[in-house]
Design a protein around this ligand. Sequence first.
Ligand code: ZN
Length: 196
Amino acid sequence: MPSEPIARMAAQLARLPGVGPKSAQRMAYHILTTPLDQARELAEAIWDGRRSARLCSSCGDLTSTDPCPICANARRLRNQICVVRDPRDVPAIERMHSYEGLYHVLHGALSPMDGIGPGDIRIRELMERLASGVEEVILATNPDVEGEATASYIARLIKPMGIKVTRIARGLPVGSDLEYADEMTLSRAFEGRLEV
Ligand code: ZN
């Protein structure tokens, strides 16, 4: 049986996504033999990051400042909003270095099976942002069942307002996660976006 500090640390690490009990234990042994200052840096990065994390009151992205750096950037185009499911989709799109508009993070996708309806994700907040000169809403939810359902629901809400609504092209493999798409595929999906 591993000693108490190892077991305690491993139990916590194993709660992280993609970390099984074995790798959690390996990481715990590694951390316990790492130089003190490095271990402290790791612990402080986790603690400070978590403590300062909040949602941008405009786009809903995870940030330590409100508004977030993207919303606060005067060079970003204010007339385009790209709608994504999760905060981790934002860096995936930013990696293309070609999108210059703003984002809106829904924090979920419509899924009647799981009881997730329009009131459970940030759709109302999106609608509230549209009054301020938005000309195009790009629906960049994942190409899976929930992502498609979410995209068509939002498109139906927005289209009557006379705002252009586009859906990123289907270059992404069906059922895949936006955050794992390579830049080339994602760029093509953006360039090939179609009005819905
Ligand atoms: Zn923001």
